[in-house]
Design a protein around this ligand. Sequence first.
Ligand code: ADP
Length: 211
Amino acid sequence: MLLIGLTGGIATGKSTASQHLTNSTPPIPIIDADLIARQVITPHRPAYYSLVRHFGLQIINPETLEIDRAKLGAIVFSGDDVDGRQRKVLNGITHPDIRAEMLHCALKCFLRGERMCVLDTPLLFEAGLWKVVNVVMVVYCSEQAQLARLTARDSLTPTDAKSRIASQMPIDEKRQRADILIDNSSATPDDMRAQLDAAAKAFGQGGGQGS
Ligand code: ADP
């Protein structure tokens, strides 16, 4: 089974790309790191307790007892987080669980007899998952497009959006480490979809829209 690592910068178009791959014929299985990142911090999972121990009860929604991701995000992306120390603690607690769960899902794809599957993760390099994939695919776009899409999608101010972009590995570094580059700078995702179809075809899997 071919294991593809799909990554990029925040709001460069990873989810749009993985949605296209999952809708292609035949569908390509996607393992979504953002979804798994939410699952590993649900109440009573080991990472939940580690996060509450470190960040305190302030990160919990008192009604649901779930971790309030907006509150956690405000702590780790705040200007007070000198040298990104709190973000490193958060990553140190959650990344091992996210990694393990993603690999578990990949193993299930292999056992089902899939020809390929895609690990969709913004932190392919940061979380060390690039070491286990066969192919690294990087979705990138121009800086202006990234900023515009991020501010629009997440209703962020340009300053907050810039700080989130700056907290990630620079997109140029990711581009240099890519086996396959997908350019999503066009004003619509159609151009990117054609590049994805070509890549899927090259890997011997479909390469067209199913629905
Ligand atoms: P990521 O998963 O990398 O964070 P998304 O796929 O969510 O990024 O894309 C970010 C936002 O930009 C979304 O609102 C998406 O609909 C939009 N978008 C993606 N590609 C394009 C494109 N080529 N042109 C215009 N908007 C786009």
